[in-house]
Design a protein around this ligand. Structure first.
Ligand SMILES: Cc1cc2nc3c(=O)[nH]c(=O)nc-3n(C[C@H](O)[C@H](O)[C@H](O)COP(=O)(O)O)c2cc1C
Length: 384
């Protein structure tokens, strides 16, 4: 087990500790974005550029960060975003993160390409997770998977729509993450040798390393490289809005579409039968030079006009950012890299500590902006 985190207060601290613990190719897989990473940086920079208004003498003795999202009561408007391969960032990582999320009363989303199965995550957290789905060419596999996770108790499906094809990620190419060539393998072996503690704790004791939710369907589920090749063939770039209609018929629970970024896609999304939308550019990992998510939030929120709840992700790095997102029209945020860094840095304890820290930051930001309930968060909290 990683030791508790004494010196972690901000996102940057968790990120630094994750960098010290993880093999380089894994740290860069989490940290990196597409192309020259302009959008990755813009996501964060555009949040940082927003200015809150400091207000005084408002009686903020009872600041309440709680909210209701899709029928669930949350301690704060935050959902752990789906992150692939999180079981490699700490031993049985998804199970640890889900336990932390349950302790802090926020939802945990399990990726299609998570290492732990839904059953393992549920057994660990005693709470139903949200399940994220990528569409596969073989719809029978998708239908089976949906039935399986429903039987396991999942009721919220996050369908990711911004990955028609995988983005071009230079760091993964440089580190040999994606190559089968011997030079790439050698480079990865060298990177692993620099992290003996990870090798022992996660690499050896954290097995099996497989995409557990697809293990029955795939060939060679224990070989992550072969498995990835199978999955790459299965990713379906032909998906259209008609497939959402199909999905809606297959899934009786709550359906969340993740990956809206452009106003032109809002109407079909609202008409698709989805119960919520996530404004997302996949954390700047897909098409570099698309807009940051927070810059699009006012327009997208205005167009949705309350028809469905709207979540946003990409660049949320503090409790104050969370308040900014709510002020500009989001019902909640999804957060990706910060929980992966906290997990790598300190396992379940790290994620709990990070979540507690953000809840505190949110409360402080609310108090110093002069509101005591998130229902009062609107654009007047921000400088024009
Ligand atoms: C390492 C990593 C893996 C990811 N894997 C998935 C995934 O499997 N499914 C998915 O829908 N999104 C995935 N995402 C995108 C996140 O769900 C989320 O949209 C993004 O991380 C938000 O940006 P942030 O990291 O700045 O918070 C991944 C992101 C990262 C950083």
């Amino acid at each position: 087990m990683p030791t508790p985190l004494v010196f972690a207060a901000s996102c940057a601290d968790y990120r630094r500790q994750a960098r010290q613990r993880l093999p380089r190719f894994l740290f860069d897989y989490i940290d990196g974005g597409a192309g020259d990473e302009h959008t990755l940086h813009a996501n964060q920079a555009d949040f940082a550029a927003l200015r809150l208004r400091q207000r005084v003498l408002k009686d903020v003795s009872q600041c309440d960060t709680r909210c209701t999202l899709l029928g669930q009561s949350l301690a704060m408007p935050l959902v752990l975003a789906p992150i692939g391969m999180a079981g490699l960032y700490a031993r049985r990582g998804e199970a640890q993160a889900a336990r932390a999320a349950a302790a802090l009363k926020v939802p945990f989303s399990l990726s299609t390409v998570g290492i732990c199965s839904v059953a393992e995550v549920h057994a660990a957290s005693q709470t139903p997770c949200w399940f994220q789905l990528y569409m596969l060419r073989d719809r029978a596999i998708v239908a089976d998977l949906l039935q399986h996770i429903w039987q396991q108790g999942c009721r919220t499906l996050v369908f990711t729509i911004d990955l028609a094809v995988a983005g071009v990620r230079h760091r993964d190419q440089r580190n040999g993450l994606l190559t089968q060539h011997w030079t790439g393998k050698l480079s990865k072996a060298w990177q692993l040798a620099q992290r003996p503690q990870w090798l022992w704790d996660v690499g050896l004791r954290g097995k099996p390393h497989q995409f557990a939710n697809l293990a029955e369907q795939a060939t060679a589920p224990h070989d992550l490289n072969q498995f990835k090749a199978w999955l790459d063939q299965q990713f379906d770039p032909s998906v259209t809005w008609q497939d959402i209609t199909w999905l809606r018929q297959q899934w009786p629970g709550t359906l969340v579409l993740k990956g809206i970024l452009d106003c032109a896609d809002v109407e079909p999304a609202c008409d698709s039968g989805a119960d919520a939308l996530v404004l997302s550019n996949h954390g700047g990992r897909q098409l570099d030079d698309v807009a940051s998510t927070i810059s699009q939030l006012p327009m997208i929120a205005a167009q949705i006009d309350g028809r469905v709840p709207l979540l946003i992700d990409g660049g949320v790095r503090s409790g104050a950012d969370l308040l900014k997102a709510c002020a500009l029209g989001a019902n909640a945020v999804m957060v990706g890299r910060p929980w992966a860094w906290a997990l790598a840095a300190g396992g379940q304890a790290g994620v709990e500590q990070w979540l507690r820290g953000w809840q505190h930051e949110l409360r402080v930001a609310m108090a110093l902006c002069g509101i005591d309930s998130l229902s009062q968060a609107n654009s007047t909290l921000l400088k024009p």
